[in-house]
Design a protein around this ligand. Structure first.
Ligand code: NAD
Length: 434
């Protein structure tokens, strides 16, 4: 069985490399030539721990390759994993133009039976559209099945997530497609849940929205904590000890970002609207999340009074640690607000600075990217912790204090222990605790 992976972004690259590592014969393709050139040379275009060595290992083994030729990849493959982007449109719905164009390419190159697998996150009922598109445009006499196999990996731990899944969801409408996918995922056979396609598509959106809901819920509790003597870290711990709730995704902070949660929550709201189901609960989840930056800016103002002409160090640009991804990162809105207020910004992130530079270019002295966190805090009037990288958790705080003009930390991720930092002489603000 030859597996083709269409779209070698964050999901497609991990899928191609990991499926090859499981022993399959895999070819990856993408419209972005640079990604394919790099991948063919064993270079990963994204920062994802553990991925590049695995890419090199499987290229050497010979069962993984990359091609610019989409048509040839489709023709050579028995199974096609569609991993293209499904970004947010202005009305909140998912933009399916890349999935549609991929479906047309598949239709035009349907030389033999193929299973077309939706791995991208797509609205429920997408399989019906893919089927219709392939049927309308198909040239050869080849048969095909559409299946759904949503991806649950998290950037930063993507390889481990793929190789040790909590579950493998397989949405199918024929036994033939089920057999193909069950064979591919034979290593994880105890984790497989077979459903119909609508169910599989919905499982992905329902899961992401539920996790986003947990984050917004604890952020709402953080707001209550800030008006009282309660400590949100202990509220979360106390809640999480209840097995029915669980402690994960109860971290108060600047809210969720990334390429998935914000767009997937909005896409599900739109799906509800289109199907006549009011998902007001999720509208509230989205509202709470987008309000996080404003409440953080209010804290910065509380500490600095006037932001104009203040030197502000921003530690962390990625939407979460262990990734270079800045899509929908809270840092973007924060930097924009601080720029509007007239701050001099010194930015540092271990992995995401190149990506941030592409949308917010260096512009000294207003915007400066620094080599390390200590350089960023030099002469700063305040340090803002925006991403909870381990590097910041273990930063030399006495050294930071010596370097700063005013020892003020506004911690958006509750990285530090308030008592410890205050004992070192810092003025310290965090989320949901005094
Ligand atoms: P991405 O933007 O990193 O990658 C998508 C890739 O598809 C790009 O490299 C793009 O060039 C390529 N592409 C677009 N149209 C193409 C075409 N016609 N032919 C070949 N290649 C094409 O996106 P991503 O983060 O990998 O996400 C992909 C999908 O997976 C989305 O639906 C996303 O919601 C979902 N998902 C993402 C994550 C994540 O953590 N990033 C996790 C689970 C699911």
């Amino acid at each position: 069985m030859k597996i083709g992976v269409i779209g070698t972004g964050y999901v497609g690259m991990v899928t191609a490399v990991c499926l090859a590592d499981l022993g399959h014969d895999v070819i990856g393709t993408d419209i972005d030539k640079e990604k394919i050139d790099k991948a063919s040379q064993g270079i990963c275009h994204i920062y994802e721990p553990g991925l590049e060595p695995l890419l090199q290992k499987n290229l050497e083994k010979g069962n993984l390759s990359f091609s610019h030729d989409l048509e040839e990849t489709i023709r050579a493959s028995d199974v096609l994993f569609v991993c293209v982007n499904t970004p947010q449109r202005e009305d909140g719905s998912a933009d399916m133009c890349y999935v549609e164009s991929t479906s047309r390419s598949i239709a035009e190159n349907l030389n033999k039976y193929k299973v077309v697998v939706e791995k991208s996150t797509v609205p429920v009922k997408t399989s019906m559209w893919i089927k219709r598109t392939i049927s309308l445009y198909k040239k050869g006499g080849g048969e095909f099945d559409v299946a759904s196999n949503p991806e649950f990996l998290r950037e930063g731990t993507a390889v481990a997530d793929f190789m040790h899944p909590d579950r493998v969801i397989i949405g199918v409408e024929t036994k033939r497609a089920e057999d193909v996918l069950v064979k591919i995922y034979d290593t994880f056979k105890d984790k497989i849940l077979v459903t119909n396609i609508d169910t599989a598509e919905l499982i992905k959106h329902a899961s992401n929205s539920f996790l986003a809901l947990k984050i917004s819920y604890i952020n709402l509790m953080a707001e209550l904590c800030e008006k009282t003597d309660a400590d949100v870290e202990l509220v979360a711990k106390g809640m999480g000890l209840d097995e029915r709730i669980g402690e994960r995704f109860l971290r108060a902070g600047l809210g969720y970002g990334g390429s998935c949660f914000p767009k997937d929550v909005r896409a599900l709201i739109k799906i509800g609207e289109d199907l006549g189901v009011d998902l007001a609960l999720l509208k509230e989840v989205d509202r709470i999340n987008t309000s996080r930056i404003q409440s953080y800016i209010a804290k910065v103002k509380k500490a600095l009074w006037i932001i104009k002409d203040k030197k502000v160090a921003v530690l962390g640009l990625a939407f979460k640690p262990e990734t270079d991804d800045i899509r929908n990162a809270p840092s973007i809105a924060l930097i924009e607000e601080l720029q509007n207020e007239g701050a001099f910004l010194r930015l540092y992130d271990p992995e995401a600075m190149d990506n941030m530079r592409s949308i917010t270019p260096e512009d000294p002295p207003k915007i400066v990217y620094t080599e390390n966190p200590y350089d960023a805090v030099k002469d700063a009037n305040a340090v803002l912790i925006v991403t909870e990288w381990e590097e910041f958790r273990f930063i030399d705080l006495p050294k930071v204090k010596d370097l700063m003009a005013n020892p003020i930390i506004i911690d958006g991720r509750n990285v530090f222990d308030p008592e410890e930092v205050r004992n070192l002489g810092f003025e310290y603000y965090s989320v949901g605790r005094q």
